[in-house]
Design a binder for this molecule. Structure first.
Ligand code: AR6
Length: 176
C-alpha cells in the first residue's frame, strides 16, 4: 500500500517468515528474549541469536542494536526496545519515535535495502495501536524522505485490525 513513493508496504503475517534484509524485534532492555514477537524471532532464529544478544549487554529504551539473523530469512535483526505505555505522560511518544529512527539508521548504515517492523510496544507493553502506528508512519516517511536506504519498509501487522489502521494512515498521508 502506497506511501513515500511506493516505498512503504503493509502486510499481515508472521514477521519471522519475511524475506527482507532486516526485521525489527520488539525486545526488552535485557535483549535476552521474551514473549510476543521477541519469542517468535528467537525461536525461528535459533540459539545463535541469544548467544549474540548476550554479548550486547542490553539496550536502553528508545534505542536499538543489530545482530545477525541466523536461521531467519532476514540477514539482520534490529532489536528495538519500545517504551512501556504508562498513559502517555512519561515520554512514551518520543521514546517510540526514537526506536523507529534508531532502526532506520541501523538499516541505512548496514546497507539494508528492505526492513520490516512489527507494531513495537503495542502488545505486552500496552501502547495504543492508533497512536503507535501514527508515530511509526510519521517517522518512516520522514526518514525515507531524507535517505535513499532503506529503499523499502514493511509494516508487518499481526491482525487485520492493525493492518487496516496502518493502511488508513498511509492513505491519509499519501501525496495526492
Ligand atoms: N510477527 C509479527 N508481529 C507479531 C508477532 C509475529 N510473529 N508476534 C506478535 N506480534 P509484543 P511489545 C505483534 O508484545 O508490546 C516481549 O516479551 C503483536 O501482536 O511482541 O513491544 C519482549 O521481550 C503486537 O502487535 O511487543 C518485551 O518484554 C506487536 O507484535 C515485551 O514483550 C508487539 O507486541 C515487548 O512488548
Amino acid at each position: 500500500m502506497g506511501g513515500a513513493g511506493g516505498r512503504i508496504r503493509v502486510v499481515k503475517g508472521d514477521i519471522t517468515t519475511l524475506a527482507v534484509d532486516a526485521i525489527v524485534n520488539a525486545a526488552n532492555e535485557s535483549l535476552l528474549g521474551g514473549g510476543g514477537v521477541d519469542g517468535a524471532i528467537h525461536r525461528a532464529a535459533g540459539p545463535g541469536l541469544l548467544a549474540e544478544c548476550r554479548g550486547l549487554y542490553g539496550c536502553e529504551t528508545g534505542s536499538a542494536k543489530a545482530t545477525a539473523g541466523y536461521r531467519l530469512p532476514a540477514r539482520w535483526v534490529f532489536h528495538a526496545v519500545g517504551p512501556v505505555w504508562a498513559g502517555g505522560g512519561r515520554g512514551e511518544p518520543g521514546l517510540l519515535a526514537s526506536c523507529y529512527r534508531s532502526c532506520l539508521a541501523l538499516a541505512r548504515d548496514a546497507g539494508a535495502r528492505s526492513v520490516a517492523f512489527p507494531a513495537i510496544s503495542t502488545g505486552v507493553y500496552g501502547y495504543p495501536i492508533e497512536a503507535a502506528a501514527g508515530i511509526a508512519v510519521r517517522e518512516v516517511q520522514g526518514f525515507l524522505g531524507t535517505f535513499p536506504v532503506p529503499e523499502t519498509v514493511v509494516f508487518c501487522c499481526f491482525s487485520d485490525r492493525d493492518r487496516e489502521i496502518y493502511e488508513t494512515l498511509l492513505e491519509k498521508t499519501d501525496a495526492p
